[in-house]
Design a protein around this ligand. Structure first.
Ligand code: ATP
Ligand code: ZN
Length: 304
């Protein structure tokens, strides 16, 4: 069960995901919801696809873009921040783009932000001129500074960026932020957002061969279905036909409902796939507008 060595002779698809960390579990769960299952190797770095010829490689997230660029893996699940940074590095080095974002996956949300000491009276980006900014994202930061027309020193740090101002290594920082708690614990405040990030499915910039291309398309179709129904519910109810004009506006996030005529009556049975939250409040509003027998069902799968 060890991975075959030649990238070109493979007729299986290989997806790299984070071995452990923030994206590891949600990435696996998403792929499992697409009907994939695996047998794990003893070293737990390679998972052999059982239901489909789609294997997993468990790695550090930073290695994922490079594995795709080298053809060791076909696809990967990684933060847009990591993908963007490594794409920027390649461009700065005069190399061709080798990977790109295929789909946004809706988890691992965070933003790459510029933060300054709380004591600064923030007036705008021009305040950064001539300052030292610590970051682990030098390519994205340099690109942003260039777009803003600001000349500042980028100080590369691989970790603990948030303490750099207190240590006197930098005046400001550029780092990932989700809640902002780490920043305020270090007397910093976010002032600019450079990139909104989330986990993405990354793939090569070039086309696959026929076999892997078909597998990738199959996976994408399932993934699109899984992403569409992730927060969706199926709503069933009955109502007199004449009340439809009042009821339909209460379902703005629903796909065009399926309407069935009930035998011998003016009553209709409706079935609506809602993509937003179906709250008690909404059910009560629908009932007040004349809906009866309201029922909310989970959606397990969908193929458009
Ligand atoms: P690895 O050992 O794989 O290199 P890591 O320490 O680089 O792990 P994590 O901290 O697990 O990685 O973060 C992985 C990704 O999670 C980040 O690249 C980012 O896209 C996303 N993420 C979401 N919220 C945050 C956050 N608050 N801080 C850092 N990353 C976050
Ligand atoms: Zn990492």
């Amino acid at each position: 069960m060890s991975p075959p060595t030649s990238a070109t002779s493979r007729d299986r698809l290989r997806i790299a995901i984070q071995k452990s960390g923030r994206l590891a579990e949600p990435a696996r769960a998403l792929l499992a919801s697409c009907g994939l299952s695996w047998r794990e190797s003893r070293d737990r770095l390679f998972c052999y696809g059982e239901t489909l010829p789609i294997d997993l490689l468990l790695v550090r997230d930073d290695d994922i873009p490079g594995l795709i660029a080298d053809g060791v893996c076909d696809l990967g699940i990684v933060g847009r921040n990591v993908l963007g940074e490594q794409d920027g590095e390649r461009r700065n080095g005069g190399r061709e783009p080798a990977f790109r974002e295929w789909r946004a996956l809706g988890f691992g949300a965070c933003r790459l932000a510029l933060a300054v000491p709380e004591s600064w009276d923030w007036q705008g980006v021009s305040q950064l001129a001539g300052k030292r900014i610590a970051t682990s994202y030098p390519a994205l930061l340099s690109q942003w500074l260039a777009e803003q027309g600001i000349a500042a020193d980028v100080v590369l740090l691989s970790g603990s960026v948030e303490i750099a101002p207190r240590l006197g290594q930098a005046d400001a920082i550029c780092d990932l932020v989700s809640s902002g708690a780490t920043l305020s614990a270090n007397q910093l405040k976010p002032v600019e957002t450079l990139l909104q990030s989330e986990a993405v499915l990354a793939g090569p910039a070039a086309e696959f061969d026929a076999v892997r291309g078909e597998l990738a398309q199959l996976l994408l179709r399932r993934l699109d279905g899984a992403l569409r129904i992730r927060h969706s519910k199926l709503l069933l109810f009955q109502a007199p036909r004449r009340l439809l004009p009042a009821l339909l506006p209460l379902l703005p996030d629903a796909e065009v409902p399926t309407v069935m005529q009930l035998d011998g009556e003016d009553d209709l049975a409706l079935q609506a796939l809602c993509h937003g939250a179906v709250t008690w409040q909404r059910l009560e509003d629908l009932k007040r507008a004349g809906a009866r027998g309201l029922m909310v069902l989970p959606v397990e799968g969908m193929l458009a």
